[in-house]
Ligand binder design. Structure first.
Ligand SMILES: [Zn+2]
Length: 230
């Protein structure tokens, strides 16, 4: 299915001619729940990973006080998606709270990373692939580490898809996650190229740079007044 962005209510470049030269293309991924394969671009789907290449691991110490089992997260999602009625066992899974921290349950060894996204250049025309590559794979450790800007828990892997002859069938997975929101739902992508402008200009006037020459005009047009907070 092709997904598209509705036409913009105004032609930004016509209203603000100063921005005309700043237009650039971006790709909206439009992820939707699905069953992508290793040969598809995806969010949370399986990766085209060589069978003879080590899977990336997180070496950090995991100290979270509340953990969820990865399989519990997936089971709860399946049950909620199926809807009522539920068996008592299914309801128990839905109601189960994260396990309280028990150091003996949090594996001390490195945690395998989880696939977050896989992007083939054929689907994402603007993907800035290094020479000799046509595929970007993103993985992360499903822990609060990913919220740190200096985190090493996010891993990017560029590769050329034609060089993967034998795919790793069952990659390792972490037993626990810090938060179920760190477990991407497998989604197929419906990429769409759109035109965008620098964020400091297209954001609301309260986010626009105080030094922006068009800021007063943005404030006037959006109705919040030229004296809006810079
Ligand atoms: Zn980690």
């Amino acid at each position: 299915m092709r997904r598209t962005t509705p036409p913009r209510p105004v032609d930004v470049a016509a209203v603000f001619p100063e921005l005309a030269g700043m237009a650039r293309t971006a790709t909206r991924l439009h992820p939707r729940p699905g069953t992508p394969t290793v040969h598809d671009s995806s969010v949370g789907g399986p990766l085209l990973w060589p069978a003879d290449e080590d899977w990336p691991m997180c070496e950090q110490t995991h100290w979270s006080s509340r953990l969820r089992g990865l399989e519990d997260v997936r089971a709860r999602r399946r049950i909620l998606q199926a809807g009522a009625p539920r068996t008592a066992a299914e309801q128990a899974v839905v109601d189960r709270e994260p396990v309280e921290h028990d150091p003996t349950r949090a594996p001390a060894e490195p945690w395998p990373l989880l696939p977050v996204a896989q992007l083939y250049a054929r689907d994402i025309p603007d993907l800035p692939c290094p020479d000799g590559t046509d595929l970007l794979q993103v993985l992360w450790c499903p822990s609060t580490e990913i919220e740190s800007e200096s985190s090493s828990a996010v891993h990017l892997r560029w590769r050329h898809s034609s060089e993967v002859t034998q795919v790793l069938e069952q990659p390792p997975e972490p037993v626990f996650v810090d938060y179920d929101g760190y477990v991407p739902l497998p989604c197929a992508l419906h990429p769409e190229q759109v035109v965008e402008y620098p964020a400091s200009f297209t954001a609301t006037c309260t986010r626009a740079s105080a030094s922006s020459p068009i800021k007063p005009r943005i404030c006037t047009r959006c109705g919040t007044g030229a004296d809006a907070r810079p």
